[in-house]
Design a protein around this ligand. Structure first.
Ligand code: UD1
Length: 424
């Protein structure tokens, strides 16, 4: 068990480089199954979720190797040539939600897949009905029994699919299954997140014929086979947003490098309302925090709205803002796990259903708190940076799922943060 020990109230300053996007790399790793040839994913972050996906691919018979490019970038080589297994081991399946991404590619390559229901963050129910409906529409016969899902399809056939909700995962799963299907597929009301565009580019690099990603209709013309690809993944916009808030919350001045300013427009707009000064350049953002943030309201929405993955961090910011803020979570049912812990640090938060009302206080105070999920853990870390005294955060394994060296990067900006191993 590891924990963070943070001594707060240090202004962050300096320059920090963002890692590749977790939510782009995970479906890309799954889609290497379709290539049956070596693929290289450059700027692949070192994350526990990436490790789990790599472990699954290895157990299914692939070769996965981490390496560094000549210019010092973290990369992954995945060779699925000798893969022969289509059953995903249950313990790994339960480790993370993204294991469901393997369904489309395994079905596309082997015409068969067997897996159990995926695990993941404790942020409320996360059904997979849209994934299953989409795959059925492509001709898969799917049976759900005793906690397992068995899907089979001799030939997947292109189809017209309308998603009830623009689910990121369902859009990607359907894209991956449709690339090798016979004929054309249209996904309507598709998710428009930047990671979907990155997936389109990755798959097209393998020889797929996909267009429309980034709009609400994605069209896929099936091809007979795909090949390997070398691909640079986009920077992580949630990591970028988290560091933007870290700068704003500590009244610091931080230059965030290797980011795409357009991908964090909704965060930038809110931070400007809060009083931060933000300068956007081609691939970097400079943030100068206000002496005290102003309270503003937040409502999470699908992209390009304010991301649900930034809501817990925004809540931490509002805890020290001047005034009252209303935060509405529209994507997930219970994503306020961090609120109870923030209260231990002196925050004034009232939750009613999917709404949180935050009455800002002048100072938070250090306490021992626990991270229950990935972004909730980031929220507590930010609160610890701004708090008076020492904050101990347990459950750092959650942050390791989605941040490549959160503590290391914050320390490089002058934060007093230590990772401590606790043997229980
Ligand atoms: C992805 C991201 C996650 C982010 C989320 C929303 C990855 C690896 N994860 O998760 O970080 O928080 O998008 O931006 O990319 N839903 C259904 N049925 C389904 C699928 C989803 O009802 O079959 C619902 C969910 O319960 C949720 C909403 O749709 O309420 C959004 O989920 P979705 O966009 O699918 O999120 P994920 O792909 O799981």
């Amino acid at each position: 068990m590891e924990k963070y020990v943070i001594t707060g109230r240090r202004k962050l300053s300096g320059t920090i480089r963002m890692s590749g996007a977790k939510n782009a790399v995970l479906p890309m790793l799954a889609s290497t199954v379709l290539a049956g040839e070596p693929c290289r994913i450059i700027d692949s972050p070192r994350l526990r979720d990436v490790q789990v996906m790599s472990d699954i691919l290895s157990q299914l018979g692939s070769v996965v190797r981490r390496y560094e490019t000549d210019d010092g970038r973290k990369a992954l080589l995945v060779d699925t040539t000798s893969m022969a297994e289509y059953e995903v081991p249950e313990p790994l399946m339960r480790e993370m939600r993204s294991s469901i991404f393997l369904m489309g590619p395994l079905l596309g390559r082997f015409g068969k897949v067997r897996l159990s229901y995926p695990g993941g963050c404790a942020i409320g129910p996360r059904p997979i009905d849209l994934h299953l409906r989409g795959l059925r529409s492509l001709g898969a016969v799917i049976r759900e029994m005793h906690g397992y899902i068995l899907a089979e399809a001799r030939d997947l056939k292109g189809s017209e699919i309308h998603l009830d909700f623009p689910s990121v995962g369902a859009t990607e799963n359907i894209m991956m299954a449709a690339v090798l299907a016979t004929g054309s597929t249209a996904i309507r009301n598709a998710a428009k997140e930047p990671e979907i565009i990155d997936m389109q580019n990755f798959l097209n690099g393998m020889g797929a014929r996909i267009r429309g990603a980034g709009t609400d209709v994605i069209r896929i013309d099936g091809v007979k086979r795909l090949s390997g690809v070398d691909y640079h993944v986009i920077p992580d916009r949630i990591e970028t947003g988290t560091f933007m808030i870290a700068a704003a919350m500590t009244g610091g001045e931080v230059c965030i490098e290797n980011c795409i300013p357009e991908h964090v427009e909704s965060v930038t707009a809110k931070l400007r309302e809060v009083g931060a000064e933000i300068k956007e350049e081609k691939d970097r953002i400079l943030v100068r925090g206000p002496s005290r943030p102003r309270a503003v309201d937040f409502k999470t929405l699908p992209y390009p709205g304010f991301p649900t993955d930034m809501q817990p961090q925004a809540m931490a910011l509002m805890c020290v803002a001047d005034g009252i803020s209303v935060i509405t979570e529209t994507i997930f049912e219970s994503r306020f796990n961090q609120a109870e812990e923030l209260r231990r640090m002196g925050a004034g938060i009232k939750i009613e259903g999917r709404t949180a009302v935050v009455r800002g206080v002048e100072t938070l105070f250090g306490a021992t708190v626990e991270a229950y999920d990935l972004r909730g853990g980031a929220s507590l870390t930010l609160a610890g940076l701004a708090a008076e005294g020492i904050t101990t955060i347990e459950g750092v394994q959650h942050m390791d799922r989605g941040y490549d060296g959160l503590d290391r990067k914050l320390a490089a900006l002058g934060a007093c943060i230590e990772r401590i191993r606790e043997d229980r």
